[in-house]
Design a protein around this ligand. Structure first.
Ligand code: 5CA
Ligand code: ZN
Length: 409
C-alpha cells in the first residue's frame, strides 16, 4: 500500500536531544538509545469510518517521536499497518450494504488525506492486513508446530502460556485481562480454549465472509494481533525501539503481539518501549467508532478549519492525558495560531536561541507538547509587546515549530 506525501522537515541549529518516554511495560520513563536508524511501529486504523480526533491525537504523539529523533540526525524507520480485514469492517459494510474492500479503500484514502493535511510524517512502509496474509500464514504454522498454538473447530488459537513474559506489557492481573479481552475483540467465554485469554491467530473461513489461502491452516483470515507482529517482524525485526498506539491497545493487542513475537523467536523483548496515548473523549465518553460520538478531521476541514489549528488543538494536551474535545479547545488553538503567525510575520524579533532549546527539552521530556507551546507563546508575547532586533529570529521560530511540532506558520 502507498502511504502519503512527506512534508519537509527543516534542519535546526544546534543538536537535538535524546527522547525520554513513558514505557507502559516498566511503568516509568526510559531514555531511548536508538541506533542511527530508529525503529518504530505504530498501529494503524481499522478503516471502516473516517479519521476522528482521537486517532489524530494518537498519530500526533508518534509523529512527535519521529520529529525528536530526526532532530538528533537519526533516520527513522517507521512502519504502520491498516487493518483492512477484521470483524468491525465486515459488520459496517454489511450494515451499510457496501463492499467491505471498497469501504476500506475509501476510508484509507481519506485517512491519507487527513494525515497529509495535519502534516503527519508518513511511515516508510504502510502495509495492509490483506497484503500481509502470505507472511502471516507461515508464522501461525510455526507457532502451531512449536506447540505454542492449537486448533479449535478449525480456528487456531495462540497459547498465552507459550510466552514466559506474557503479562509484562500491560502488567494487568488475570481478572482485569479477562474483562478487557471480552471488551476488545477477544472471546474469553468460548468453550474449549486452553486459557480464556488465548487470542485467535487464524479464523477458519466463515460462510459468506472473505477468506484467503491458509496453506496447512486451511482457508480463512488472520487474527488481529498476529497481523501487526508479522508486519513488524518483516520490516523492523525484534527489539525495535517503540511500539505505539492508544492506551486501549496496551491490552490485549500489544500484550498479545509481544507474546506472539517472543514465542516465535525466543527473543525478548519485541519492542524496547510500549508507548500509549491517552483517549480523547466527546461529551464525557471516549470517542469511538462503535459509539458514534465522533468529530472527524475531514469534517472540520470541510468546515474551513485550518489543519494547523487542529494540530495545535492536539498539541495543547499531553499525549498521555485523557482529554475532552470541546469547541473551546479549537477556539484557543485558532487564536494561538493567529498570534503565532502575526509574531513570525516580521523580519526581526526577540532572540529565538533559547526557544529552540526549550522546545527541544520539552519534547525530549516525555513529549511535553503543552510545555513546548508555552515556550512559543512566551516568544510570541515578547514579540508582540516589545519586538526585538534579532534579524531572522522569526524564521528560526517558524522552522522550529515546523520541524518539531509539525505546524506550518
Ligand atoms: N487497527 C487497529 C490497530 S492494529 C486499531 O486499533 N484501529 S483503530 O482505528 O481502532 O484505532 C487506531 C488508533 O487510534 C489506535 O492506536 C487507537 O488506540 C487510537 N484511538 C482510537 N480511538 C481513540 C480515542 N478516542 N482517543 C485516542 N486514540 C484513539
Ligand atoms: Zn496493531
Amino acid at each position: 500500500m502507498h502511504a502519503w506525501p512527506a512534508s519537509e522537515v527543516p534542519a535546526l541549529p544546534g543538536a537535538g536531544r535524546d527522547l525520554r518516554i513513558h514505557d507502559t511495560a516498566t511503568g516509568g520513563l526510559v531514555t531511548l538509545d536508538p541506533g542511527p536508524v530508529a525503529r518504530i511501529y505504530v498501529c494503524g486504523i481499522t478503516p471502516y469510518d473516517a479519521t476522528h480526533l482521537g486517532h489524530a491525537a494518537t498519530y500526533n504523539a508518534f509523529d512527535l517521536v519521529q520529529r525528536v529523533w530526526l532532530d538528533t540526525k537519526r533516520q527513522v524507520h517507521y512502519v504502520q499497518n491498516v487493518t483492512d480485514i477484521d470483524d468491525p469492517l465486515l459488520e459496517r459494510a454489511q450494515r451499510d450494504g457496501v463492499d467491505w474492500a471498497g469501504l476500506a479503500e475509501k476510508e484509507t484514502a481519506l485517512f491519507r488525506e487527513d494525515m497529509t493535511a495535519l502534516r503527519m510524517l508518513p511511515p516508510r512502509e504502510y502495509i495492509g492486513a490483506v497484503e500481509a496474509i502470505p507472511g502471516i500464514v507461515p508464522l501461525v504454522e510455526r507457532l502451531r508446530d512449536a506447540g505454542a498454538a492449537y486448533e479449535l473447530d478449525g480456528d487456531v488459537y495462540f497459547s498465552v502460556e507459550a510466552d514466559p513474559h506474557f503479562g509484562q506489557v500491560s502488567g494487568l492481573d488475570a481478572a482485569a485481562m479477562r474483562l478487557l479481552s471480552a471488551e476488545r475483540g477477544g472471546d474469553p467465554d468460548r468453550p474449549g480454549k486452553k486459557n480464556p485469554l488465548d487470542p485467535m491467530l487464524w479464523m477458519a473461513a466463515r460462510e459468506g465472509e472473505p477468506h484467503w489461502d491458509g496453506a496447512s491452516l486451511g482457508p480463512g483470515r488472520p487474527g488481529w494481533h498476529i497481523e501487526c507482529v508479522a508486519i513488524a517482524l518483516d520490516h523492523l525485526g525484534m527489539g525495535f525501539d517503540v511500539q505505539g498506539g492508544g492506551s486501549d491497545l496496551a491490552f490485549p493487542h500489544h500484550e498479545m503481539g509481544a507474546s506472539h513475537a517472543q514465542a516465535l523467536t525466543g527473543e525478548f523483548p519485541f519492542a524496547k518501549a510500549y508507548v500509549h496515548a491517552g483517549m480523547v473523549a466527546l461529551h464525557g465518553q471516549k470517542m469511538s467508532k462503535s459509539k458514534g460520538n465522533l468529530v472527524f478531521v475531514s469534517q472540520l476541514r470541510r468546515d474551513g478549519v485550518d489543519p494547523a489549528a487542529i494540530r495545535l488543538s492536539l498539541l495543547a494536551h499531553h499525549y498521555r492525558a485523557d482529554w475532552e474535545w470541546t469547541d473551546a479547545v479549537l477556539d484557543t488553538a485558532v487564536e494561538r495560531l493567529a498570534r503565532w503567525r502575526a509574531a513570525v510575520s516580521r523580519p526581526d524579533g526577540p532572540s529565538a536561541e533559547a526557544l529552540v532549546e526549550e522546545v527541544r527539552e520539552a519534547l525530549a521530556n516525555d513529549l511535553d507538547a503543552p510545555a513546548a507551546l508555552a515556550a512559543v507563546d512566551r516568544w510570541a508575547a515578547l514579540q508582540e509587546e516589545s519586538g526585538g532586533t534579532d534579524e531572522g529570529a522569526p524564521g528560526v521560530v517558524t522552522r522550529t515549530v515546523d520541524a518539531l511540532l509539525g505546524v506550518a506558520l
